[in-house]
Design a protein around this ligand. Structure first.
Ligand SMILES: C=C(O[C@H]1C=CC=C(C(=O)O)[C@@H]1O)C(=O)O
Length: 353
C-alpha cells in the first residue's frame, strides 16, 4: 500500500467535521515538541463542569474560576501521528493601530496603580477583531506546522464556542507524584542571528514570577527545585523561563495546587487578588477563557494532569475571530513599548489565519 502522509490525522479531522455538524464537544491538541495529536470527544452536547478537578477528561477553564470550568468527557479518545504538511507559513502580517489610544491609557493607569503601592505587577490585555480566510481545521494544521514547541489546540463546545491557540506556558504537569511548572515572563521580538538582550525590567519581571510561584507551592511540595532563567522561543518571540520541579506531598490536594497557581503572575499580577480586581474593573472586555487554562485531567490515571495557560489564542465565530493579547506591567513599563509587545504577540495568530 502506498504511504499516505497523515492518513490517520485526516481521519481525525473527519471526526471533527462530524462533531461540528452534530454539536458534539471535542478538543484536539498536540503537546510541545511531540508528534502525536490527541482527540478527546464527547458523545452528547451536555455542558459538564468540574469544580474539584478530580474528574476525568479535557478541562477548559476560564480566567475567573468563579465562572465554570468546562469538562469534555472522554467518551472517545484518539491518538494519531502528525507530520508537518507543506512548508512553514511565511506570511508576514501587518498590524494596525486600532485600539492603541485605549491600550496606552490602560497601561498608564496600571503604572499609576503600581506607583500608588497597591500592586507590584499587573498583566493588561486587549482583544483584536479579525476576519478569517481559513477554516478552524486549516488553522489547526497551520498551528501544528508553525509552532512545534507550543501546546497547539482546537476546542469546541456548542454552549461555549470554538477556541484555538498555540501557547508557550505550562500551568502544571503532575505524574507519578512529581510536579512540573514554569515561571514565564518577559518578551522580546526575535531578530535574525542574534540572541535576546534582556534589560533589568525583563529580568526583574521574571524573577518576581519565580519568587511568587515558589511562595505559593513550597507548602505542597516535599522537594522544590527552580532552574536558571533561560531564553525560549515562542513563535517570533523570546521569553524568559525557569523550569520548576518538585515532589507532591502525600496530603497535597489537586484543587489547592491548581488554585494556588492559577492565575499565574504571568497572566494576572502580584498580589493576585488586587491585580485581578484591577483587571476586571479596567479592561474594557471580559477575558472569559483567555488566560484561563486547558488540558488533560486524570485522563490516563488519577492524579495525573497536563495543563497549559490559554495564551496566544483566539475565539472563532464563523469567519470572524477575536485574538487576545496582553503583557506584564511593572513600575519600569513604558506604554508605547507595551503596545508594541501586544502587537508582536498578536502575530502568533495573525500569521496563520
Ligand atoms: C499575557 C501574555 O503573555 C504572558 C506570557 C509571557 C510573557 C508575558 C510578558 O512578557 O508580559 C506575559 O506575561 C499574552 O501572550 O497575552
Amino acid at each position: 500500500m502506498p504511504y499516505q502522509k497523515n492518513k490517520d490525522f485526516h481521519k481525525l479531522l473527519e471526526k471533527v467535521d462530524s462533531c461540528l455538524e452534530n454539536d458534539y464537544p471535542f478538543s484536539i491538541y498536540r503537546k510541545p515538541l511531540e508528534s502525536k495529536v490527541f482527540g478527546v470527544f464527547q458523545s452528547n452536547d451536555e455542558l459538564n463542569i468540574t469544580t474539584d478537578f478530580e474528574d476525568k477528561g479535557f478541562v477548559f477553564a476560564p480566567f475567573d474560576l468563579n465562572d465554570n470550568a468546562v469538562l469534555i468527557h472522554a467518551d472517545e479518545v484518539l491518538e494519531v501521528f502528525f507530520e508537518k504538511e507543506g512548508t512553514t507559513d511565511d506570511i508576514k502580517t501587518f498590524t494596525n493601530d486600532s485600539g492603541k489610544y485605549n491600550h496606552l491609557k490602560l497601561v498608564e493607569k496600571g503604572i499609576n496603580k503600581i506607583g500608588s503601592g497597591a500592586l507590584t505587577k499587573v498583566v493588561l490585555s486587549r482583544k483584536i477583531a479579525v476576519k478569517l480566510s481559513r477554516s478552524p481545521k486549516e488553522i489547526f494544521i497551520s498551528l501544528l506546522s508553525n509552532y512545534p514547541n507550543a501546546f497547539c489546540y482546537l476546542f469546541f463546545h456548542p454552549k461555549v464556542g470554538i477556541w484555538c491557540g498555540a501557547t508557550p506556558e505550562t500551568l502544571v504537569r503532575i505524574a507519578g507524584g512529581e510536579l512540573e511548572t514554569m515561571s514565564l515572563a518577559a518578551t522580546l521580538p526575535i531578530k535574525e542571528n542574534s540572541s535576546p538582550n534582556w534589560g533589568s525590567k525583563e529580568i526583574e519581571e521574571q524573577k518576581m514570577v519565580s519568587d511568587y510561584i515558589k511562595e505559593k507551592l513550597v507548602h505542597s511540595l516535599e522537594e522544590f527545585n527552580m532552574g536558571k532563567a533561560e531564553s525560549i522561543v515562542a513563535g517570533d518571540l523570546w521569553h524568559l523561563k525557569s523550569d520548576i520541579k518538585g515532589k507532591l506531598s502525600a496530603t497535597a490536594q489537586i484543587k489547592d495546587i491548581i488554585t494556588s497557581l492559577h492565575p499565574t503572575p504571568a497572566v494576572c499580577g502580584i498580589p493576585t487578588s488586587a491585580a485581578k480586581a484591577f483587571i476586571v474593573q479596567n479592561e474594557s472586555y471580559k477575558r472569559t477563557y483567555y488566560t484561563g487554562f486547558l488540558g488533560e485531567l486524570n485522563l490516563n490515571k488519577e492524579r495525573e494532569m497536563n495543563l497549559f495557560v490559554n495564551l496566544r489564542c483566539m475565539e472563532i465565530s464563523d469567519q470572524n475571530a477575536s485574538i487576545f493579547v496582553g503583557g506584564g506591567i511593572t513600575s519600569a513599563s513604558n506604554p508605547e513599548r507595551e503596545w508594541s509587545e501586544t502587537q508582536n504577540k498578536s502575530k502568533t495568530m495573525l500569521n496563520i489565519i
